[in-house]
Ligand binder design. Sequence first.
Ligand SMILES: Cc1cc2nc3c(=O)[nH]c(=O)nc-3n(C[C@H](O)[C@H](O)[C@H](O)COP(=O)(O)OP(=O)(O)OC[C@H]3O[C@@H](n4cnc5c(N)ncnc54)[C@H](O)[C@@H]3O)c2cc1C
Length: 403
Amino acid sequence: MIDGRVYDVIVVGAGMAGSTLAGVLARAGLGVLVVEKEPRFRDRVRGESTYPFGVADALRMDLGDLLGRAGCVELEAVQTYAQGQPIQRYVWADDAVDGANEIGFSHPRFQETAFAWAASQGAHALRPAKAVAFAHDERPRVTVVDDGHEETVSARLVVVADGKLSVARRWTGGETVADPEHHRFGGVLVAGVRTNDRRSDNVAWIDGEAVNWFAAGADATRLYLVMTAARLRETGTDRSFAAIVAYASPFMPEGALTEVEQIGPIGFFPNNDIWSSQIAGNDVVLIGDAAGAPDPTVGMGTALLFHDVRVLSELLLAERDWRIAIATCARRRERYFAVIRENDRWRCLLRNDRGPEADRLRERHERAKQRDPTLGGFELLEARGPDGLVVDDEARRTFFGQD
Ligand SMILES: Cc1cc2nc3c(=O)[nH]c(=O)nc-3n(C[C@H](O)[C@H](O)[C@H](O)COP(=O)(O)OP(=O)(O)OC[C@H]3O[C@@H](n4cnc5c(N)ncnc54)[C@H](O)[C@@H]3O)c2cc1C
């Protein structure tokens, strides 16, 4: 049950973004209510790796203990494969913020641990409790259905963290904007992958399709595939575990999947960016996928949400006027999401387009990389994050070697 008090902050949605923010703000002494509609967290085939810049944000918020309790494992490198053979290993430590590594984890275990952690920090953490309506008079008010009862609760600020298909994002006065779908991304959680390298994020691309696998905690491996909706139907990989294994095996080291076992559901989702036209308004601010969800193939979503939590919590804890704080948060969010989205579009052109023009683009890009291995900083995006990068004509020319 919700008590009748006015909270400092109501957080809608206890995904990784909502629970982490609720815990960080409650730890600092704010009165926080976080509501989650699901009675328990389950494998929905979501992000299970976080790039180093997001890990560095989490560590700067003193969340190392939470990451440990959530069973996160360190992934020290990105290992690229071709025809089942390792071809290139990129080690994070040299480039990443604070020397942080990427991490792998079980998404539902992370959510469960973060939800309990938020409560242990003093947040009122409620589930199943669904936010169903919003109103604003002197303060923002959210109507919550909790245990069959409808109650209205007030706060100084509402933080919306209800995910990519957010309904509540329109509470800021904005609307949902989406790029068209190009490919699909998804897969399955497995056990028994035979490989001697559980400390890298492994990827193999061929002709615009990909297989990606990495340790999602101590015992499990997440196996993701990238392909178009038409190819999913043709290969049957969206329906059958046997089809996933048959498709993925040639991309991976020989024998890697011979004893593999399915331990989660199969799920595939559209590869596109979806975001809100307005991040803050009406004493509401959006974070995580609700603010803007990047194409899942680029694997930025969870790093971005830790970045959001750090940016917003630091502003709220430093600034008396929370309308100024959320307006500043919104401006920064728009800027860094624009960098991630543009980078995503550029990489899509390189990976997915076919024909002589696309081949020329790839050649020029490779030459540009020889001249400037950082590609104006965009090649270090996963390690260092989007702050400080600007997407303009000059950046585009540097990336594609057109200067
Ligand atoms: C196939 C796939 C693979 C991905 N791979 C990666 C990856 O490798 N690396 C990476 O960084 N990211 C990846 N992502 C993205 C990543 O999963 C998301 O960015 C991340 O889960 C977003 O977290 P969130 O807390 O913002 O939203 P969510 O995880 O969607 O959480 C929102 C929560 O809000 C709750 N909720 C919704 N509505 C209400 C309501 N009205 N009232 C109360 N509660 C509500 C939901 O039940 C949910 O628990 C992937 C995504 C997909 C689909």
